[in-house]
Design a protein around this ligand. Sequence first.
Ligand code: EPU
Length: 418
Amino acid sequence: MATRLMVEGGAPLRGEVAVSAAKNAALPALCAALLTSRPVEFENVPALADVTTTRSLLEGLGGVVSTGPDGATRVQVAEVTSNEAPYELVSTMRASVLVLGPLLARTGLAKVALPGGCAIGVRPIDQHLKGFQKLGAEVFIRNGFVEARASRLKGARITTDLVTVTGTENLMMAAALAEGTTVIENAAREPEVSDLARLLSAMGARIDGAGTERIEIQGVPELGGARHRVIPDRIEAGTLLVAGAITGGDVTVTGADARHMSATLSKLEECGAAVTVSGDRIRCQGPPRPRPTDLITSPFPGFPTDMQAQFMAMLGLADGISKITETIFENRFMHAAELARMGARIETDGSTAVVRGLRYYHGAPVMATDLRASASLVLAGLAARGRTEISRVYHLDRGYERLEAKLGSLGATIERLR
Ligand code: EPU
């Protein structure tokens, strides 16, 4: 029998818990090490399945990944020995496409298996590829692989048709080594993009405007080593705060950055939680019962799609009706049907979900369908009467570091069954 998580619901979570480094900042940052032959050191890489996949990816391309005496992760790609990211890795982690930009810029050739669709949507990478073409690359799709070639990339003005996080990151990395100036318009403003820009700048790149919708990059001939501390995971922090709120508890996350979490924190308050920020600590005192609210996902600084499932779990217990609109991914309501197994009353229609709150969930066997959906089921389980058993927990392990231990330290009864 595959691994499952057993959650015994009912206890209000209380206490303090430290936030890990952000998965979605660590993955592009690790890939950025491909841009230089010098070592790049990371002080706080989270222990996640997606990080292990990225490590395999980098090693397959010629990188050496080691852990220093102080615990820092050191990545050195002295020489690129392969230009190809294989299907086995790309199919387990879409973020593998983040090697395209750096490989292309450093060696003039990058081959990456096409990621295909995934549980939350079709997720094309056309904007990445159009951007590379603007930078002068030839791009082909052959035998399930994307192949991009260029002798030396040339700076260009790129306006993406939609806001894409990894697309912006890929183009920023490619442009860092291009000849001349690149301007990315309609760039993603996510904190993870700014964090990557901070690392690239420490490596010698010349980047202005990261965190705004216009990023300007003056290409340089080469980049050097650097040491980097990855930003805290705003989605993990948000998930832990919702765990406090949904159980009517009192949870403080430490080592967080509230500036990255305004939309999430405002929605917690709208749901009746008392939120207090003090330095890198965020405290969330849950209401006796959540209040209903409407939410619409949108690119940063809007409400993050990566928090939508967790809020759906909470609004399922609200005192009234809430409406959730998902605008980023076309199929990101898979958790609704699983929450329904626990009693939730949720009607989905295209990109909207109407959630009619009920008093209690009851524990049930449920199945995780993607990373954030798994988190929503854990949260529902924590608030439920009785026992919830969640299968396919490997989704959870991709993006949450020691989640059971962290929730356990707050008083949750949660156990991994193998
Ligand atoms: N899109 C295109 N063409 C492209 C790129 C994107 O049509 O070339 C579409 C996507 O299909 C989607 C929308 O644009 O509908 C936004 O996608 P985006 O490219 O911004 O998503 P991503 O970069 O693939 C990152 C995170 C996701 C997070 C989204 C949105 C990483 C590694 N992943 O994905 O994180 O949901 O941004 O914020 O940074 C997660 O952590 O659970 C997760 C899915």
